[in-house]
Write a protein that binds this ligand. Structure first.
Ligand code: ZN
Length: 292
């Protein structure tokens, strides 16, 4: 097979700069929630809309999951970023207004939650339709974006920059924020990298298409706390990928509560939104370049 793969890394951004976190904090927790609702399932197959039990996995978010997560975040007095597909905003406006009312950041997560695979015909429409829904229904012009199904490509990165996004949180290749560099060498958006370690779907969701045992609280907390503690020692960024159809379930919410408690007990982990973290990064970046 003739594999015509270029002889340089796919990500040509320089190593992430080591900027201090604000107010003497040692690390940051980017508390991020993906409110896919039913679009997680219709994105796999539009016919799933007629499969009512399959739909009900996503439907849990508007009925129970989001409200329970909002309650938890109120108790802990933390602000999160909610990445919401446009379809979810259109189909569940009241749920999204409740998120907004609590002062959380609303960010972009596609329209139908379709994966931005290179060359896919829907890349532009997913971005622009998503922007329209957030604007029309919530009056929000989002600064943050997370790729549905966690994939990205050059066309998408260029589009994010053109549409004025400040940051993306999709890539898996760092433990600190960095500035993306586009294929033409110009700067892209700020990247707030994520890790599968903090994707609750991996541990807490089982269904017909991927039946598997769930991970118990002890296992998930052990993984999450170990990763958080070590990332904190490194002075890095901890990014979550939570879903209300998973973490909004009773015992999964307990895991999230205990994880937030453990993180908060350190007293020096900045628990905040993507916008705050990206803005802090840009401030440090500007200071750095004015010194250079
Ligand atoms: Zn998603």
């Amino acid at each position: 097979m003739n594999m015509d793969i270029p002889l340089f890394p796919a990500n040509r951004a320089p190593l992430s700069p080591i900027y201090p976190w604000p107010n003497g904090q040692k690390a940051a927790l980017f508390l991020a929630v993906d409110v896919d609702a039913e679009s997680a399932w219709t994105a796999k197959d539009p016919k799933n809309y007629e499969r009512l039990v399959t739909m009900s996995f996503g439907g849990y978010e508007a009925r129970i999951g989001v409200a329970k997560m909002l309650e938890l975040f109120r108790d802990y007095e933390v602000k999160a970023t909610f990445f919401i597909p446009g379809w979810t905003v259109d189909a569940h406006p009241a749920m999204c207004e409740a998120i907004q009312k609590d002062g959380h950041e609303i960010a972009h997560h596609g329209y139908h939650h379709l994966m931005p695979d290179p060359g896919a015909p829907h890349i532009l429409e997913e971005i622009d339709r998503g922007l329209d829904s957030l604007k029309k229904r919530l009056g929000v012009v989002p600064v943050g974006y997370r790729a549905p199904v966690g994939e990205s490509c050059e066309e998408l990165r260029v589009l994010l920059k053109e549409r004025g996004f400040q940051y993306s949180s999709s890539w898996r290749d760092d433990v600190r924020p960095y500035r993306q560099v586009l294929a033409d060498g110009t700067p892209g958006v700020v990247e707030l990298p994520a890790t599968m370690t903090f994707d609750d779907w991996m541990y807490g969701l089982t269904h017909r298409y991927s039946p598997r045992p769930l991970f118990p609280r002890e296992h998930v907390l052990s993984i999450w706390n170990d990763e958080m503690e070590e990332t904190r020692d490194w002075g890095g960024l901890i990014t979550t990928v939570l879903h209300p159809q998973v973490s909004g379930r009773p015992m999964r919410l307990k895991i999230l509560r205990e994880f937030l408690q453990a993180t908060r007990e350190y007293g020096d982990v900045w628990i905040t939104t993507g916008q705050e973290i990206a803005t802090h990064f840009e401030k440090c970046e500007a200071e750095d370049s004015s010194r250079a």
